[in-house]
Write a protein that binds this ligand. Structure first.
Ligand code: 3H9
Length: 686
């Protein structure tokens, strides 16, 4: 049989093998193939039972997410599941790998489930802003109990084979021959639909206790509230009515902008990992050893990323004292993880054993990749790259962790600019997932592929960007920071500015963030480039450097983490406004939000037009993983599309007029797309 489902019959048992690469998503073809297999088994009197097996890295990864929002194509998943449920012959799922979402729903509609050792079973729909929509909210409670089923759905993380078996989701674990065991089980079973059993639901009390754990999330995430309501319906309604409730909730959530944003994120994250314009067949160079220059906050964090990934790394400093400080810093971070219980002492020791300290640049000689994290000063960087060129072996990838500076200028300090690129980690480097991989004018495809590959090995989300001041993330952030300064000068207070972004979904506002990072960082950068920010400068000059001095935009009495409003700051800002000749006024939350977010979108449009980012989704991924943009808002460019570019262009024009700041005028690309009635997402197709 052609198509994604192959059927073989032997000894009265039919085995339907699914092959729909890469992950066996339940596309229309796979659904039709499954239904055909079921019909064939039903119609053929020589077939006693059916086994559903699959090839590839997943058993079934769930519904085909790319079909969501498009007109439904028959047969639907509901049709397939209804047919499984009503099958007059037993059906056994032989699960060798991930059965997720709709995949697990298919498995749960079978008579029994046999797992291979690498199987994993989960209902991750909440992560896409959805709930299991093909009976999962009713069958999972009937197999594993309502409380455990709710936990599986709300947490969204899969169970491994042993845990799934222990939870009651599966009937057997096959250590050797999965198919043989599934066939043997199929031969002796009779059909027994999960939908009609209620013996394992567990107590209503236990379920309500579990549900109470998610009260806060349910208030913020509609899909969590729906999971709770649907599982509760398993106690209160007949199966068919509860499934109808689940279906209605699924369709409502599918249309919710928050789910659309989360689905966009799913695809944008995967697309950003594909490097644009890389010649076919480009191979990354092997990296067995790395070296990091500098053991300050960034250098130490980067070295830990390598050790965490099992890659030996040498940390290089200019003198013994600095090196000792750096290694103590690393050890201290691991020690706190051990104290928190997130790392075992053995794992800490194993990681520390991969980190070797050395003094002097000669120690990079055997490294396959060197990342410099020295002071942000071009003259120093040039000197470092010139030396690296001399002391490293041919083919070593030479990377800078600079946040702003020109990679091409650093590359020109070497005789091998093809090996030079940027690897911009975000602080804290051992925690933040974003890695901006900066492609210089001369960077070779192999060096670029190596940096991206190593980023994946470090469990980062690499995004390839071009050379410009601040690359993608910091360049856009600068637009927001400039607006924070203007808003404060014109009448807003730090807590009003922060509240607007927190209400939008950020965990922290920009003023609180500056206090955390230290106001002196921006101050030093401004001094070096001859720029001013009257409010922020005045705070630094008054000794208010942020949390480390217990006062910045806010007060931090006795080292408190959350700042409190300080009337002294309000008075100071008012003085600065007067000195700058800026009249203060009350600024509403809506204007604050527009002025913080829309100039960033505008800069994103310029970044796209200049080719600094290849795709709007890449910009979104940068903001999601480098700056904690709320995932359910999809990233700045997705958010812009959701708001509508016509509206944004009009608002930016009005803001430019109101403030006299021409940089707020719509960027040409934004203006053009708005005029054509298009969004950033449409750029993919052109
Ligand atoms: C659902 O089931 C709803 C139902 O309850 C009700 C329905 C009515 N659809 O991640 P990878 C693509 S909601 C379409 O790099 P890995 C992915 O885009 C669904 N495409 O592989 C990528 O494409 P490309 C619930 C999908 O080995 C390629 O496959 N299920 C889907 O690192 C490889 O993906 C989920 O949420 C999909 N469902 O990880 C599970 N899944 O190569 C989502 C993947 O063009 N999937 N693709 O970039 C995953 O978590 C991971 O993909 C998985 C494999 C763990 C399976």
């Amino acid at each position: 049989m052609s198509g994604p489902v192959r059927i073989e019959v032997a000894d009265g048992i039919a085995v339907a093998t699914l092959a729909n690469p890469p992950v066996n998503a339940l596309s229309a073809g796979l659904r039709a193939g499954l239904l055909d297999a079921l019909r064939q088994a039903e119609a053929d009197s020589t077939i006693r039972a059916l086994v559903i097996a699959a090839e590839g890295r997943s058993w079934i990864a769930g519904a085909d997410i790319s079909e969501f929002g498009k007109p439904p194509v028959s047969p639907t998943l509901a049709d397939v599941i209804a047919a499984l449920d009503a099958s007059p012959k037993p059906v056994v799922a032989a699960i060798h790998a991930a059965a997720l979402g709709g995949g697990l729903e298919v498995a749960m509609a079978c008579t029994a489930r046999v797992l291979g050792p690498r199987a994993s079973l989960g209902l991750p729909e909440v992560k896409l802003g959805l709930l299991p929509g093909s009976g999962g909210t009713q069958r999972a409670p009937r197999l594993m109990g309502a409380a455990a089923a709710l936990r599986l759905m709300v947490q969204g993380d899969p169970l491994d084979a042993k845990a799934a078996l222990a939870a009651g989701l599966a009937d057997a674990l096959a250590e050797d021959d999965l198919l043989a065991e599934a066939r043997a089980l199929a031969a002796r079973l009779s059909p027994a639909p999960v939908s009609v059993r209620n013996d394992r639901l567990g107590s209503r009390e236990a379920f309500e206790v579990e549900a109470a754990n998610y009260a806060k999330r349910a208030a913020e995430e509609p899909q969590v509230a729906d999971c709770i309501a649907c599982v509760r319906a398993a106690f209160e309604k007949p199966f068919v009515e509860a499934v109808a409730q689940e279906r209605a909730a699924f369709l409502r959530l599918l249309d919710d902008p928050r789910s659309k944003a989360l689905r966009h994120v799913f695809f944008a994250e995967r697309e950003s990992a594909r490097v644009p314009n890389l010649p076919a067949g480009t191979q990354p160079r092997p990296v067995a050893r790395a070296a990091v220059l500098g053991s300050g906050t960034m250098g130490a964090g980067i070295a830990m990323c390598f050790a965490n990934a099992g890659i030996p790394v040498r940390v290089i400093e200019t003198d013994e004292e600095a090196l000792a400080r750096g290694l103590t810093r690393i050890r201290g971070t691991y020690d706190s993880s051990v104290k928190r219980g997130s790392l075992t002492p053995e794992a800490r020791d194993a990681r520390m054993a991969l980190i070797e300290g050395a003094v002097g640049l000669d120690a990079v000689a055997d490294a396959d990749l060197v990342i410099e994290a020295v002071f942000e000063e071009m003259a120093l960087k040039r000197e470092v790259f010139a030396t690296l060129d001399r002391v490293t072996k041919p083919g070593t990838v030479l990377a800078s962790n600079t946040s702003y500076l020109d990679i091409d200028e650093m590359a020109r300090a070497t005789a091998r600019p093809g090996d030079v690129l940027g690897m911009h980690f975000f602080s804290p480097a051992n925690v933040m997932r974003l890695l901006e991989v900066v492609r210089g004018a001369a960077t070779s495809p192999e060096a670029l592929a190596t940096a991206v590959e190593i980023g994946k090995r470090l469990k980062k989300t690499p995004v390839v960007v071009g050379v410009c001041y601040g690359f993608v993330g910091n360049r856009m952030l600068a637009r927001r920071t400039a607006q924070v300064e203007r808003l404060l000068l014109e009448g807003a207070t730090p807590d009003q500015v922060d509240a607007a972004l927190v209400a939008f979904g950020f965990r922290m506002g920009p003023c609180a963030m500056s206090d955390l990072a230290g106001l002196d960082i921006g101050w030093r950068i401004r001094r070096a480039s001859g720029k001013r920010a009257p409010v922020a400068d005045a705070l630094v000059e008054a000794g208010r450097l942020g949390q480390k001095t217990q006062k910045g935009f806010y007060l931090y009495p006795e080292g408190a983490r959350a700042g409190v409003v300080d009337p002294e700051v309000t008075a100071l800002i008012e003085q600065v406004s007067a000195a700058e000749g800026v009249a203060r006024r009350v600024i509403g939350a809506e204007e604050i939000l527009d002025r913080l977010v829309l100039p960033m979108v505008n800069e994103g449009a310029r970044i796209l037009e200049e080719g600094i980012a290849a795709r709007p989704g890449d910009i979104d991924v940068v903001w999601l993983h480098g700056y904690n943009w709320p995932a359910w808002r999809g990233g700045p460019m997705h958010h812009a599309d959701a708001l509508g570019l016509v509206r944004i262009a009009a608002r930016l024009t009005a803001l430019a007029q109101q403030t006299g700041d021409d940089s707020l005028l719509p960027a040409p690309l934004l203006a053009r797309l708005a005029a054509e009635g298009r969004g950033f997402a449409s750029l993919k197709a052109t």
